[in-house]
Every structure is written in structure tokens, then in C-alpha cells.
Design a protein around this ligand. Structure first.
Ligand code: ADP
Ligand code: MG
Length: 539
């Protein structure tokens, strides 16, 4: 079935764009945001809620389109490209079940093997999740992919919950993402020192007591204890070679010493694990945490008996939080296209993080851009010439895609504005704008539905996908991340797809809940439960 002729021009184009791509992604404004708010622990629940693409197959598909559309008009050719995209991105429920099954198989493999596996299923050393009793003042650092946050969290136990949360957020300066370890960690330490200096006097620790910190570091780390771990690899556009293989807590601690800040890193936490911890603080039915932000990942609570590679003592709780690193999932069942193949080839980590590259906020906008570029090139979609801006990798960001996708004006004014402002494409017709929205819909729906399949895979792995006779055990999956939070259509597609996958009866026992600030607050909570001063905590 597969046409063996390979579209060489596609590969060549991909290669040429690589350097520009890396630069363009990070041309964000360096900004500072401050947030101070008080919140109750009982946060309102939000209602419900490979393989690298086979080059030959993609090229074959592209050739089919070209053949099929040759001679037809501009609209016909554009329409054919969109239909082709729709077909290739298709995620019927049967396919999603295959994806979930493949995810479950990879989970088993990763839990069994010490050797690198597709899903790393990293042991986090988090086996005592918050009970809700945690009290005191703790700091957290949250290094994600786009933003860097410092948090001061005042915990008030079961009665008071999170008494006060203060946080400060800055965009990570682009040059730091590919610079040196010392530059990155000195920047982090300096931001933290500045933030600590704003601590009200009445909250200062008593003499002799160190401030304690939870460090959310959202990249794959092989932990060696709750407060140490070596970076396995960078993702999401970071590439600082001298950190790979190093203990990131050691690097941070050295930077804190250089700047003279007396603070102990009490917990090293992945953002997904932080989200599980944050959610457990409020709801003991939480079994997993999923991040959909710049990147994507998931963590869940596994029975310690089900982790063959765990060689330590059996934890008292009988549980261990596993950081799946599901962004690196891949399967022949994933619906991949030539656009994904080119995006992957142009990326800083070709062949890796394939699931992430079709789901997460860093990439969705750029997939749409690639489709529009092809339509411009092959169907003169935007006129006789290809709009030059359309060739700039990552110029169309996911928040802009989301804005276009949610445009409710009758003449799709927002879409027209985005095309004009970002891509310098003027005078678009309503018909054109409708097609652009359709492309956004196809790309977003694929991402959302595959995310749902991933969640369903976790539920299957731990036996929470079905209602056991006479039992209605609740399962809560905590979600966080800018993509989930702000991309409404993505989120509702994810939520409705999980329900369909579960079926009516099981869907009643599973809920998806948004825990804002989960990763940062969770790190502070884990610092509290791993404090040197346990038992001495103030209210
Ligand atoms: P990080 O993943 O870097 O820790 P966030 O969870 O805040 O940070 O996610 C930020 C990402 O979320 C952005 O890079 C972007 O891809 C996505 N995002 C932010 N706002 C929106 C929006 N309005 N619509 C769609 N995606 C968004
Ligand atoms: Mg984050």
C-alpha cells in the first residue's frame, strides 16, 4: 500500500529550517508578573471535566494529494489538503483504545526495566503524599518550559488549607535555555533571593532554622532520593549540555551558596508529581496528575508491588508516585503526518518526545503554521506568493491558534486580525478564515483526544477504568498547565473523550479536575512533608 517513492524536498526543507526554528521559538518578552492571593484549600472544583512518522508513508500521502488535486482550482486543492490532514489526524475511538493499550504496555515495560525504555516510568521517591495536615511556611521554585516561578506558600493544615500564596513569575530569558549551567542556576538563585527579600518580618524563620524549598523541575530526572536527581535529557527547547547527567539540586545549591542565600532544597519534584501532591492535599481520591502546558507529562500513584525495578524497601504506604515522562511515548497507532515529521526533524530533539510534539502547547501552533504553509505553497491559498512570515518556525504560537479557534464573530474578525498581525497576510476572505479555523480544529482535536487516551491508559493500568461489582471507588485525575487551562475547546474535547472511553458507568466514578498552581504548591507541600523540622511546624 505504501508508495516507496520518497519526497526528498520535504526532508531538505525541514533541515534548512532547523537553526531558525530554535531561535524563533523563544523570542518572547521578558516580563515579570506578581501574584498575591489568599485561597482556601477547598478550591472550587472545575466541572468535569514508533515511531517517527514513516517518511515514505507521508510522502506517499502528499503525492496522492498532489495527484488528486492537480488541475483543480485553488479552493479544491486547499480543500483536498485539509481533508487529507483530517484523515491522517483521525482519532476514532477504536484508535484511541489502541493508543491507550499501547500506553499500558509501555508502562509495564518501563516499570520492569532498569534500562532506558520508551516510557521511563521514573521512581520519584514520593511515597508519602500530603495528608492535608501540613503546616508552616515553605518556598517553591517552578522551572517549567516557558515560565519560571517563585512561590511562598503558607500552609494551615486541614482547617485552613493554603492560607496564603504569593508568587512571582518571569519568562525564562531565551539565551539561558541554551547557555551554561551556571548562568541558568545563577539566574534562578538571583530571582529567588529577590523574592525571599520581600518576606514579611513576622514570617522570618526563628534563629537557627533554615528556610526550606521544593524545587519543581519539569524535565526528565533520574532521582536518587527525594532531594537529589540527575538530569537525563532536556526537552521543550532547552539544551544546556553541562547539566545533563548532573544532580540539579547540587547545581541549584551551589548557586544559592554563590549568592549567599541560606536555604535547603527539601524536595526535588517533577511538575506532574507536584500536581498529584497538591491535589492530594485537598482530595484523597487523587490518583494521577497530568500537565498540558509547554510540554506534556503525567504522574500517577502506583502500588509499590507493581514496580519490579524498585529495589528499595517497601514504603509504609505501599505506594510510590511514578513520573511517566509520557511526552516520549510513541506508537505505530499514533496518527502522525508529514507536518509532524518535519517538525520533529527540525526540533532540538529529533526522534524524541513524539507524543509531546503532537499534543502540547509548544508545538500545536507550529503544526498549524506548517499546514498553512503547505496550502500556500501548493494551493496558492493566500495568493500568488507565499507569505514570507509563514516560513518562520514557531511564529504562530498556540495561544494565537487558540484565539483563532475560539473566534465567535460572524465574520471571523479575530482570525483575520491574527493572520494580519502575525503572518502579515492581509485581506483574507471569510472562506479562507473558515478553513484556517478548520485546520486549528483538526490539530487541537487530535491533541486533546490523544491526551484523553493517555489518561485512559493510566486508568486501565491501575484498574480504575471499570466499576468493580458493588464498589464505586472515586478516582480523581488532577490537571494543570496553560494549554489545559486556557484552550477551552482542547479541554472540553479531552473531557468528553475520556467519558466516551470510560462509558457511562465508569465515567461517573472518574473526574478530571483542574488544580491551578498545582506544580508549585505541590513542591512546597512535599518540602513540608520532607522537612528537617517535622513536628516543629508552626501553624
Ligand atoms: P510551563 O509548561 O512552561 O510550565 P504553563 O503551564 O503556564 O507553563 O504553560 C504555558 C504554555 O501553555 C504556553 O507555552 C502555551 O503553549 C500554552 N498556553 C498558554 N496560554 C494559552 C492559551 N490562551 N491558549 C492555548 N495555549 C496556551
Ligand atoms: Mg509548569
Amino acid at each position: 500500500m505504501i508508495n516507496k517513492q520518497y519526497d526528498v524536498s520535504c526532508g531538505a526543507r525541514a533541515g534548512a529550517g532547523a537553526g531558525a526554528g530554535a531561535k524563533a521559538v523563544y523570542s518572547f518578552q521578558h516580563k515579570t508578573k506578581k501574584v498575591v492571593l489568599c485561597c482556601d484549600v477547598k478550591m472550587g472544583k472545575v466541572a468535569v471535566g514508533a515511531a517517527v512518522v514513516c517518511a515514505a508513508a507521508c510522502a506517499a500521502a502528499a503525492m496522492v494529494v498532489r495527484r488528486r488535486t492537480k488541475g483543480s482550482g485553488k479552493w479544491g486543492r486547499a480543500e483536498a489538503l485539509v481533508r487529507e490532514l483530517e484523515e491522517q489526524c483521525g482519532t476514532p475511538i477504536a484508535k484511541l483504545r489502541q493508543v491507550a493499550d499501547a500506553m499500558e504496555v509501555e508502562m509495564h515495560a518501563g516499570l520492569a526495566s532498569q534500562a532506558p525504555t520508551r516510557l521511563q516510568m521514573l521512581i520519584t521517591f514520593v511515597h508519602n503524599l500530603p495528608s492535608g495536615d501540613e503546616k508552616g511556611l515553605y518556598y517553591a521554585l517552578d522551572l517549567g518550559g516557558t515560565n519560571f516561578r517563585t512561590l511562598r506558600v503558607h500552609l494551615g493544615g486541614k482547617e485552613k488549607g493554603v492560607v496564603k500564596l504569593e508568587s512571582e513569575e518571569v519568562s525564562i530569558p531565551p539565551q539561558l535555555m541554551t547557555g551554561s549551567s551556571q548562568e541558568l542556576f545563577d539566574f534562578i538563585a538571583a530571582q529567588l533571593a529577590k523574592f525571599v527579600s520581600s518576606e514579611p518580618e513576622e514570617l522570618h524563620p526563628p534563629p537557627g532554622r533554615q528556610r526550606e524549598l521544593g524545587f519543581t523541575f519539569s524535565f526528565p530526572v533520574k532521582q536518587t532520593s527525594i532531594a537529589s536527581g540527575n538530569l537525563i535529557k532536556w526537552t521543550k527547547g532547552f539544551n544546556i549540555e553541562d547539566v545533563v547527567g548532573q544532580d540539579v539540586v547540587g547545581e541549584l545549591t551551589k548557586a544559592l551558596q554563590r549568592i549567599g542565600l541560606d536555604m535547603r532544597v527539601a524536595a526535588l519534584v517533577n511538575d506532574t508529581v507536584g500536581t498529584v501532591a497538591r491535589a492530594r492535599f485537598s482530595d484523597q481520591d487523587v490518583i494521577a496528575g497530568v500537565i498540558l502546558g509547554t510540554g506534556t507529562n503525567a504522574a500517577y500513584v502506583e502500588s509499590a508491588h507493581a514496580i519490579p525495578k524498585w529495589q528499595g524497601l517497601l514504603p509504609k504506604s505501599g505506594e510510590m508516585v511514578i513520573n511517566m515522562e509520557w511526552g516520549n511515548f510513541s506508537s505505530s497507532h499514533l496518527p502522525l503526518t508529514e507536518y509532524d515529521q518535519a517538525l520533529d526533524a527540525d526540533s532540538l530533539n529529533p526522534g524524541e518526545q513524539i507524543f509531546e510534539k503532537i499534543i502540547s502547547g509548544m508545538y500545536l501552533g507550529d503544526i498549524v503554521r506548517r499546514v498553512l504553509l503547505k496550502m500556500a505553497e501548493e494551493a496558492d491559498f493566500f495568493g500568488d506568493t507565499v507569505p514570507p512570515k509563514l516560513r518562520i518556525p514557531f511564529i504562530l504560537r498556540t495561544p494565537d491558534m487558540s484565539k483563532m479557534h475560539h473566534d465567535t464573530t460572524p465574520d471571523l474578525k479575530e482570525v483575520g486580525k491574527k493572520l494580519k498581525d502575525i503572518l502579515e497576510i492581509n485581506n483574507t476572505s471569510l472562506k479562507m478564515r473558515k478553513i484556517v479555523v478548520e485546520v486549528c480544529e483538526i490539530v487541537a482535536a487530535r491533541g486533546a483526544r490523544l491526551s484523553a487516551a493517555g489518561v485512559f491508559g493510566i486508568l486501565k493500568k491501575i484498574g480504575r477504568d471499570k466499576v468493580k461489582a458493588g464498589e464505586k471507588q472515586k478516582s480523581v485525575v488532577a490537571l494543570d498547565g496553560g494549554l489545559f487551562e486556557h484552550y477551552t475547546k482542547f479541554r472540553s474535547s479531552l473531557e468528553s473523550t475520556i467519558k466516551v472511553l470510560l462509558g457511562d458507568e465508569a465515567a461517573e466514578t472518574v473526574s478530571i479536575e483542574h488544580f491551578n498552581d498545582g506544580s508549585g504548591i505541590g513542591a512546597a507541600l512535599l518540602a513540608a512533608s520532607n522537612s528537617h523540622y517535622l513536628g516543629l511546624q508552626e501553624s
